[in-house]
Design a protein around this ligand. Structure first.
Ligand code: PLP
Length: 414
């Protein structure tokens, strides 16, 4: 794709003055509405990434924008040194909506996960009575829970960890989707929690076998270990249910939400759990200046109401089935796998042909070609491409996206 001088100038600024911790596709976005975004030259694209599932409700949803503007004009931030008139009502509302006793508000997904890890340890020492500093948390291979030191210490990916040490102890790693390995790990009496993504998003949309979550939750209960679901990416209608755990009727002991909790408007995350777990943390032991601020509470409530009012879980289920069925029906020679749930899907593509550098073309090259067809999607690892459009996408837009995907794959296989 030929970049305009205008796009080029924005990219150069980031290259010159920014950290080089991402390698974005060369498109500079300036506007969004629903499932569509526009670049600085006015070219339209369908967004099939949704900011990694943060924009489930669609870009700039008018109800969420209004909630943001209304509250920002009244009161934006008090810190938790004082009460505000938004937080309590929102806590009650979200606890009743999702069936938990208590909620703690944070900002980024990583902070939500950190909070869950701290809660698990605190509960382990004060309720389960694990000996001082001996608590362990089970995690799985290829997990992705964020970027803090505490979280990358649980990562199995070299790029996330290398030269960021010393890392934190206290994790036991087992393979994903492996109940016998979980059973063995749970035998250690110092284990306080099992932290897991119901579908592994960053690992390439890896869907475990049916019944995995249910059995894992049951095994944790029997071992008196907290089952902690990281639904930062899978939660809030993305997979065709309000929570991905709902597909198996599982209620986690600790639930972590982020991303779509704000419809992409602000960083808002939350951890929901029981009084037994939550109240182990006392005043002064954990917190966040911005967590639970009035704007965040108003925005999150509006974002959740949009999911309910527009029946986004049902939409994700219906459109997701159509999406996978259509792609599978192509029997495309470049696609080895189509997988996913709801509107969180991925295809795995074979290496094919040569790119401009003379290397075998991979998922990255295909995503690059999508730009010419007005489609935004991103590879995860070398061969998988994730497709996660906003759940408000219309059927006609989905069809357009599918046509663009097919066109690029057909051209790539020639
Ligand atoms: N947990 C999961 C499952 C995620 O997919 C992500 C981000 O992609 C995070 C946590 C971290 O969220 P954030 O980037 O908001 O810190």
């Amino acid at each position: 794709m030929n970049l305009s001088p205008k796009s080029q100038s924005y990219i150069e600024l980031e290259k010159k003055y920014g950290a080089h911790n991402y390698s974005p596709l060369p498109v500079v976005l300036a506007k969004g509405q629903g499932a569509r975004v526009w670049d600085v030259d006015g070219k339209e694209y369908l967004d099939f990434l949704s900011a990694y599932s943060a924009v489930n409700q669609g870009h700039c949803h008018p109800k969420i924008v209004k909630a943001l503007m209304d509250q920002a004009q009244k009161l934006a931030l008090t810190s938790r040194a004082f009460y505000n008139d938004q937080l309590g009502g929102f806590e009650k509302w979200i606890c009743e909506l999702l069936g938990f006793e208590r909620m703690i508000p944070m900002n980024s997904g990583a902070e939500g996960v950190e909070t869950a890890l701290k809660l698990a340890r605190k509960w382990g020492y004060e309720v389960k009575k694990v000996a001082k500093d001996q608590a362990k948390i089970i995690v799985v291979q290829d997990n992705f829970h964020g970027r803090t030191i505490g979280i990358i210490s649980a990562s199995t990916e070299a790029a996330s960890k290398d030269n960021f040490g010393p890392l934190l102890p206290g994790y036991v790693t087992i393979p994903y989707n492996d109940l016998p390995a979980l059973k063995t790990a749970l035998q250690d009496p110092n284990v306080v929690a099992f932290l897991v993504e119901p579908i592994q998003g960053e690992a390439g949309v890896i869907v475990p076998q049916e019944g995995y979550l249910k059995s894992a939750a049951q095994m944790c209960r029997e071992a008196r270990v907290l089952f902690m679901a990281d639904e930062v990416q899978t939660g809030l209608a993305r997979t065709g249910k309000m929570l991905a755990c709902d597909h198996e009727g599982v209620k986690p002991d600790v639930l972590i939400l982020g991303k779509a909790l704000s419809g992409g408007m602000l960083p808002i995350s939350a951890v929901l759990t029981s009084s037994e777990v939550m109240l182990t943390i006392k005043p002064g032991e954990h917190g966040s200046t911005f967590g639970g601020n009035p704007v965040a509470c108003a925005v999150a409530r509006a974002a959740l109401e949009v999911i309910q009012e527009e029946k986004l879980a049902e939409r994700a289920e219906k459109l997701g089935q159509k999406f996978r069925a259509e792609i599978s029906s192509w029997n495309h020679p470049l696609i080895t796998t189509v997988r996913g749930k709801g509107l969180l899907n991925a295809i795995v593509v074979k290496p094919h042909g040569k790119n401009a550098k003379g290397e075998p073309r991979t998922a990255y090259d295909i995503c690059h070609d999508f730009l010419d067809q007005g489609l935004l999607a991103k590879q995860t690892h070398v061969h998988a491409i994730r497709f996660a459009p906003p759940l408000v996408i219309t059927e006609a837009e989905l069809d357009r996206g599918l046509a663009a995907i097919k066109k690029v794959l057909d051209a790539s296989s020639k």
